[in-house]
Design a protein around this ligand. Structure first.
Ligand code: ATP
Ligand code: MN
Length: 263
């Protein structure tokens, strides 16, 4: 092949890639506003993500996309909706009682969402640094958060609930995962000084037989006035789930007592 031919092919590939991105952006465009599109483009320009490949999940507060970064690695791109009211309701539950609450009241809705997304990013950073097994946060801009992809070849790992229901876990796996999750909670409280506040079999993914904790936007500092209440709910959820699987579990109150003791 001549140099000229090779250049031509390279250029074609480049063009195709551009179209590919545009195609995907069109699907993003049908759900998100202009500001969100330009945020995604900004993250592409600044080389955080190279392309979006497809939707992984459309949840209550966000859409999660599978993307590729400039090193060819899979990434998860969580894009928060800036328009839904369902999310508004659930968000206030966590914001009320936060010492910074008054600052939020005067903010416009979009800014609040941006703040919420950056809160998830900062919570991920704090947890990741403290050794909690969460997706590694990579970048954040406005309502778009990019993090490590939990899964393989663009296929996300199953949630704990799915892995259990699809009988992918042996009793021994369940025992190990349960113990591991309780350890993660300990590290979260003692090192990261955060309570997840929405922990359940729906917000834990199982990858290589290990639990990854996700969805940490609502996590709050242990000095939040309702922190203990949320912690109790988290531990109760996890205990109830594993009790149902038939493995031996620790009494939640015992666990909380041990967790909050100073040793
Ligand atoms: P939901 O309302 O379903 O709880 P959400 O808007 O709160 O969704 P998340 O729970 O953070 O958002 O993510 C939604 C789904 O996207 C997860 O259940 C999981 O399947 C997938 N997901 C999230 N983060 C990642 C990741 N880092 N890697 C792979 N998949 C992910
Ligand atoms: Mn979730």
């Amino acid at each position: 092949m001549s140099r000229k031919d090779r250049d031509l092919i390279d250029r074609k590939i480049k063009e195709e890639k551009r179209f590919f991105d545009t195609d995907l952006l069109e699907t993003v465009e049908s759900v998100f506003d202009k500001a969100t599109i330009s945020t995604v483009l900004h993250l592409m320009r600044t080389k955080c993500i190279k392309s979006l490949k497809g939707v992984i999940s459309s949840g209550k507060e966000a859409r999660v996309y599978w993307g590729i970064d400039y090193e060819g690695r899979d990434v998860a791109v969580k894009i928060y909706y800036t328009l839904t009211s369902e999310f508004k309701k659930s968000m206030w539950k966590y914001l009320a009682g936060d010492p910074r609450y008054d600052e939020y009241k005067g903010m416009n809705w979009k800014k609040l969402i941006y703040m919420w997304a950056s809160k998830e990013y900062r919570n991920l950073v704090r947890m990741h640094r403290s050794g909690v097994r969460v997706p590694k946060p990579l970048c954040i801009k406005n309502n778009v958060l990019v993090m490590e992809f939990i899964g393989e070849n663009g296929v996300r790992a199953p949630l704990l609930k799915e892995a259990y229901e699809e009988e992918l876990l042996s009793i021994e796996d369940l025992e190990n995962i349960y113990r591991d999750i309780m350890d993660q909670i300990k590290v979260m409280i003692r090192e990261a000084k955060l309570v997840h506040a929405d922990l359940s079999e729906y917000n834990i993914m199982i990858h290589m037989n290990k639990p990854y904790i996700i969805d940490v936007s609502q996590a709050l500092p242990i000095n939040h006035p309702n922190a203990q209440e949320f912690l109790r709910a988290d531990i109760t959820n996890i205990t109830r789930f594993f009790e149902k699987t038939g493995i031996q579990v620790i009494d939640p109150e015992e666990f909380i007592k041990e967790l909050l003791s100073s040793d």
